[in-house]
Design a protein around this ligand. Sequence first.
Ligand code: FES
Length: 241
Amino acid sequence: MDRRGFLELLGKGASLGSLLRLSPLGMLEFVRAQSSANTFRRALLVDKAGEPFRLDALEPHQPYVFAYPFAATPNILVNLGVELPPVDVKLPDGKSYRWAGGVGKGKGVVAYTSICPHAYSYAAPNLGAMGYYKPEGGRGPRMVCCAHLSAFDVSRGGEVKGGPAPHALAAVVLEYDAAKDEVYASGFVGNPEFDAFFRAQSQALRELFRPAAKAREEVSRAVVVPYAEHSKVPTTCPVLG
Ligand code: FES
């Protein structure tokens, strides 16, 4: 970032003190958050055998999980079974960014970080605080964080439908190659809050990853597994909104 860009960031409301307190990952995240797209290393989605994961294999409303862009940051992948058009997702400051809609042959496959932007509970291997809830009655498909019942509309870019979450869930950018039925993750739209997540979950991640540095290893091939295989203790809770 050049001097002018840095000064522009300060002008957008960040204090110099708060910027200087950020870790290198936090600084990178802050800079990325100034644009709507957060780009990370591109990763092919693969199955457990290492073969390209076929979106055709996704039954509607069956959630899957893949870690990306870091070993400790799981995302939820699901086929909503209907074509999903692009949506402008509103931010609390009144700005917005564009979510590109569903991918795959039916344009109904979506993926979102499982990290809740309220207090960073997530689909942990030992406790699935964030989970997928299929449509029911008049209510659309949701991801819900059972920690404090934040609910997100996964058919509309992850916008908040209930609970204390301050902004939408960040959506994984999926690049779909229709000819090969292969899909890559290449970043996020929205703020995935990785720096805050690693700080909030540092103790728990030390139990899950040994050595602890493995938690922040970047993924080059993202292995997709059924949600029930990833989160051994799923939770269920009421869906508000
Ligand atoms: S941590 Fe998710 S709602 Fe509070």
